[in-house]
Design a protein around this ligand. Structure first.
Ligand code: URP
Ligand code: ZN
Length: 589
């Protein structure tokens, strides 16, 4: 922000609609690309001014919030929820009211939910059903992805109607849930081709459903029927195989691909490799997998933590996924919020295949990403904004209406206290469910205020949402952020990101934590035989994180060296970055 004297152009304030005028002063604005001190003025749900207080005159009657010492960030966008989803013999208990109330309480001001038609059901009819459930209940804005759960000429035509007339640009396919949602490769190719024709975005749940079905049969026959059977039926390589296959299928059809809900390190690495090969692929991981490993869940509670892909057993996985977000192998965090009560989960006692899948996350996602990412030293606040809000806005083509603090953007704003803490509990959360998978965790990063299109909906712990206040936000086709990659105008992983990862702030941060940044060759090199395909015990191996106490950076490191070395698997080179030239990162912490 320039301090040189210049003629002050005062922003005129319109005197109508005093209810809807809010002035936020003295805060630090954090967007995905920069942070700076500025005031924000909001009128009628839209940001009208961002700048120094000297450039605006505020009349009386405007609600003024002093954000000294706090951050002003774009409201979170959760691109992955399942409110009131009928699934596995039950209906998710967070409906569009409770689910979006919980979202707002945690700083998420927009969700994108999934319409999941039954086999042979019209997608348009299913879309109408979801709209009729959501419109009267949503407390924040929302968009819709639509699942392609079967394939026919009529489905192909309906995708066109959804894109052209109904504000849907993204379609979810499933490589798992055999007999329910799963498509075979041939159908996936047709679906991807159709989505490409319409300039949409393909999404995929990537697990190999055929392998899962075989493993399940075997496990049940062996008498393994408790919740432990869930991950045993779908280990990491079953996810990784499908991720790799989905990337190749979409790449062959020149279709942008969003890989949903990744829960393992090997899958995250495959998305990173695909991006370095120029594939137009984006990867999302989930609050549940960033916040928890199964090894941290007491045996008796594991049934309540069943979701797909599974929260992994390995205690290393949450941190590995966060690192993938830090260096842009992954781009987004969702929640996959799909909550069931204990009594519903109990339907699967004695047969893990009957446990309704899904966990909470929409309320706690922002705090968890802050705690495990920024507070742990792995992300800076700008990257936090990118992975919790802006990247979703860009991929689904609603940026900069959403995902940015800027003049003209919707006033979806969180006033964020990076230092305050709260302890997560089912007794205080705003979900409708009777279980919280993060129970007892204390997290830094608390919302002081949450504004949904200018309306103050949460204020220092008091949540006052309005049922039905949220609006459906159409997501137009041909997102430039995505299609500029497809059309070769920009790269999936631009040079700056590579530079950032190996020599920029990410490298500095990781050096302070003594973390090795792996050098993963692109898929082309893997195919040329230079690298082994991922298998359990190789790419899934634990990285070196030494001399580190969580929450504190090791200030003893002072030398700089980049050396290539092999990691434990022996198949992959690593660059080890100690403290880089120019000293330690002095970003905004
Ligand atoms: O396991 C989950 N999250 N259930 C909902 C359906 C899905 O896989 O997204
Ligand atoms: Zn899901």
């Amino acid at each position: 922000m320039s301090t040189s004297p210049k003629p002050v152009k005062k922003v005129p304030i319109h005197l109508q609609s005093a209810q809807n005028r809010v002035y936020i002063k003295n805060g630090e604005i954090v967007n995905h690309d920069k942070s700076f001190k500025a005031d924000v003025y909001i009128e009628d749900g839209v940001i009208k001014f961002v700048g120094p207080s000297s450039e605006i005159t505020i009349p009386g009657g405007v609600r003024t919030i002093d954000a000294s010492g706090l951050m002003i960030i774009p409201g979170g966008i959760d691109p992955h929820t399942h409110m009131q989803l009928p699934f596995g013999g039950a209906v998710a208990v967070d409906d569009f009211y409770h689910g979006t109330k919980a979202a707002v309480a945690g700083g998420t001001t927009m969700i994108i939910d999934f319409v999941l038609p039954n086999k042979h059901e019209s997608m348009i009819e299913a879309y109408d059903k979801w709209r009729s459930w959501a419109d009267p209940k949503v407390c924040c804005d929302y968009g819709l992805h639509v699942g392609i759960t079967w394939w026919s000429k009529s489905v192909s035509e309906e995708i066109g109607i959804l894109c052209k007339e109904l504000g849907v640009n993204s379609f979810k396919t499933f490589m798992a849930y055999k007999g329910l949602y799963q498509l075979n490769d041939s159908d996936l190719l047709d679906v991807f081709e159709r989505i490409r024709q319409l300039n949409g975005v393909a999404m995929v749940h990537a697990e190999n459903g055929d392998i899962i079905a075989k493993n399940t049969q075997r496990l049940l026959a062996e008498g393994i029927n408790g919740p432990e059977g869930h991950e045993l039926s779908r280990p990491e390589e079953v996810e990784a195989e499908a991720v790799h296959r989905a990337c190749v299928l979409a790449h062959q059809m020149k279709t942008p691909l969003f890989v949903s809900g990744l829960t393992s390190k090997s899958s995250a690495e495959l998305v990173g490799r695909a991006r370095r090969s120029g594939y137009c692929v984006f990867g999302e991981t989930l609050a549940s997998s960033l916040g928890r490993s199964m090894s941290g869940v007491p045996k008796g509670d594991r049934i309540y933590a069943i979701t797909s892909p599974p929260i992994r057993e390995s205690a290393e996985t949450p941190r590995q996924l966060m690192k993938s977000l830090a260096y842009d192998d992954l781009q987004l965090t969702g929640s996959d919020n799909c909550t069931f009560n204990k009594e519903h989960k109990a339907l699967g006692k004695g047969d893990f295949t009957k446990i309704p899948n899904g966990v909470n996350g929409v309320e706690d996602r922002m705090s968890l990403v802050w705690e495990k990412g920024v507070h742990a030293g792995l992300l800076d606040p700008c990257r936090f904004v990118a992975v919790t809000s802006t990247n979703a806005a860009k991929i689904f083509n609603i940026y900069p209406q959403k995902g940015r603090i800027a003049v003209g953007s919707d006033a979806d704003i969180v006033i964020w206290n990076p230092n305050a803490t709260r302890t997560i509990s089912k007794d205080t959360h705003h979900h409708a469910c009777d279980f919280n998978i993060f129970e007892g965790m204390t997290v830094h990063g608390v919302c002081e205020f949450v504004l949904v299109r200018g309306r103050i909906c949460a204020e220092r712990g008091n949540v006052r949402v309005a049922e039905g206040f949220g609006r459906f936000i159409p997501t137009p086709v041909r997102p430039p952020f995505v299609y500029d990659i497809i059309e070769g105008k920009v790269q999936s992983q631009p040079e700056e990101q590579h530079e950032e990862k190996h020599n920029g702030n990410v490298a500095k941060r990781f050096a302070e934590l003594d973390i090795q940044i792996p050098v993963q060759e692109p898929i082309s090199a893997m195919l040329a035989g230079n690298l082994a395909m991922p298998a359990e015990g190789s790419l899934c191996s634990t990285p070196s994180v030494r001399g580190r106490v969580d929450g504190h950076r090791d200030m003893q490191e002072s030398s700089f060296s980049i050396s290539e070395e092999l990691d434990r698997s022996g198949v992959r080179a690593c660059i080890k970055v100690k403290n880089p030239p120019g000293g330690k990162s002095s970003g905004f912490w």
